[in-house]
Every structure is written in structure tokens, then in C-alpha cells.
Write a new protein. Structure first.
Length: 144
């Protein structure tokens, strides 16, 4: 079974469901759970819109930290959990953590944009899938 599970968490419903699935798997396998949330780069401010980019970065990081801590607070005390907030491109940071942490399973949500939108906009889950040899459990969005 799995011993070292990594779950990627953001505010999307599929990611929250992935978190619940990862926690259940880790408990059932007596595994360690590592929760990663990646703060993406904030695009530079437009010349027409005065935006305090540094304040925006801090706010996004604060929200990521709050999301992770609130999720972990609901877990049973006997589950060993590590949390981390990374900065940068989400797929790249998740791939780095998979290697560094020697995880044997990645659980993450998919936004379910469809093939065309994914090809145009990209997909973190697809990018990780094509560049990792670690087994993945991808949680799809629920049907409306």
C-alpha cells in the first residue's frame, strides 16, 4: 500500500474532495500525509490599474495558509501530517515535492475544463501526470 501520500490543495471543490480522499487513503494505509498548496506567481500590475502587487502576494499566501490549516485541523489526531506552502508554478512545485519527499502517491483535483480549454489554458494535473512516474489519483469535478 502507500506510505507517503502527497495531496495538492487549493480552494476548488475537486481539490477539497481530493484532500478528503487522500486523508482516507492515508488513514487506511497507516501512511504519512503531506499537504501542499502552491501560491502561483502574481502577474505584474498593469500601468492603468494601480495595484499593490506585494500586498496582493501576501493576501494570496495568507489565504493558502488559512486553507491548509483549516483543512488539517479537521483531520484525526493519529494521522501524521506535514504541511507546506510553496511559491511558483503549481505543476513545477508539485513535481519537485514528489521527488524531494519521495512520495508514493499524489492525490489532486481536476478543474474539469475539457480538452480544448485544457489544451489552450493548460492543466496542472495533466502537466504533473506527463512529467511524473508517481501514481496519481485525480478527483474529477462532481456533475452539476
Amino acid at each position: 500500500m502507500f506510505r507517503n501520500v502527497l495531496v495538492a490543495l487549493d480552494a476548488s471543490p475537486p481539490a477539497r474532495r481530493a484532500f478528503a480522499e487522500a486523508a482516507d487513503l492515508a488513514l487506511a494505509s497507516n501512511a504519512r500525509l503531506t499537504v501542499i498548496s502552491v501560491v502561483p506567481p502574481v502577474p505584474p500590475a498593469s500601468f492603468r490599474a494601480p495595484v499593490d502587487v506585494e500586498s496582493l502576494r501576501r493576501e494570496v499566501e495568507r489565504e493558502a495558509e488559512q486553507l491548509v490549516h483549516e483543512a488539517v485541523d479537521e483531520l484525526p489526531g493519529e494521522l501524521p501530517v506535514t504541511t507546506m506552502i510553496k511559491h511558483g508554478e503549481p505543476a513545477k512545485r508539485i513535481l519537485e515535492q514528489l521527488l524531494e519527499g519521495r512520495h508514493d502517491l499524489l492525490v489532486m483535483g481536476s478543474r474539469g475544463r475539457g480538452r480544448i480549454a485544457t489544451n489552450l489554458l493548460g492543466s496542472v494535473a495533466a502537466d504533473v501526470y506527463f512529467h511524473s512516474r508517481v501514481p496519481m489519483l485525480v478527483i474529477q469535478p462532481e456533475d452539476e
